[in-house]
Design a protein around this ligand. Structure first.
Ligand SMILES: [Zn+2]
Length: 262
């Protein structure tokens, strides 16, 4: 884990990249920001989390770091120990944590539930949507610190790095760490909020093809995927989130409901 700081004093703001080692955009965005650091009015901590997995180009080395929080210094796996170390670094901070996906090329945010932080920050960063996990995905970072996770784009792309860098800059302005103007004017009431309703599982032996776009409404009865050449229709209407043919081994994605806007 690499920890850097801009500004003097104990940071209340933290930027975290590459909790997943095969999502280099967060680490690269942090490198870029540190190479040409902004003048900060509040101290900010920058953390490249899973350097070991990042250097190997894998999601994790022993267990998924973003399913290991709060972690344990005496845990069996490297990532479970790292989860504890990371929380020691960012406990009490307002956190932006950067990820990327195989499913959607533009940024969106993930929180456990919409609260004061997401209401304040989300309208001031360039995202298409806010997704509430509602505790559906267990032991993730957002359950343990005041954090917003952002999916910055498609894993391994230059666009994801550019998006990540822009989100860092907007987040630093939204939190008042950087005050030199710029940033994104707040646009309240324009960001749709989705809540995950259930997981759509996948058999690793089968071949999948997804026919629908994330965040676009799927009607009851609409064919949304082909599995081993057989069409699968929606039993009830939903909004696909994090859905892709090849993102995860045992999960096609999530069915979500639209909750409103912030
Ligand atoms: Zn990730």
């Amino acid at each position: 884990m690499r920890v850097e700081q801009l500004g003097e004093g104990e940071p209340e703001i933290a930027i975290v990249g590459s909790i997943h080692g095969d999502e280099p955009c967060g680490a690269e965005a942090i490198e870029r920001v540190l190479a040409d650091p902004p003048a900060v009015g509040r101290p900010v901590k920058f953390i490249i989390a899973n350097e070991r997995a990042l250097s190997r180009g894998v999601r994790y080395t022993e267990s998924d770091l973003n399913r290991e929080f709060p972690g344990d210094p005496d845990a069996d796996t490297y990532e479970a120990q790292l989860a504890h170390e990371l929380l020691e670094q960012i406990g009490g901070c307002t956190v932006l944590s950067m990820h990327s996906t195989q499913s959607y090329d533009r940024p969106f945010a993930i929180v456990d539930e919409t609260g004061p932080l997401s209401r304040t920050i989300c309208p001031q960063i360039s995202i298409d949507a806010l997704v509430e996990t509602g505790g559906f995905v267990g032991n993730t970072l957002v359950g343990y610190v005041n954090a917003i996770e952002v999916e910055c784009g498609i894993q391994g792309t230059a666009t994801a790095v550019e998006n990540a860098e822009k989100l860092v800059s907007e987040f630093l302005r939204a939190t008042g760490a950087v005050t030199d103007g710029g940033g994104k004017p707040a646009t309240p009431g324009t960001i749709p909020v989705y809540m995950l309703r259930h997981q759509i599982t996948k058999d690793p032996e089968s071949t999948y093809s997804v026919h629908v776009e994330n965040f676009r409404h799927v009607e009851t009865g609409e064919p949304f995927a082909t599995i081993d050449g057989k069409e699968r229709r929606a039993e009830e209407s939903f909004y696909p989130v994090l859905m892709s043919s090849h993102g995860y081994e045992r999960q096609l994605g999530y069915a979500a409901e639209l909750r409103g806007v912030i």
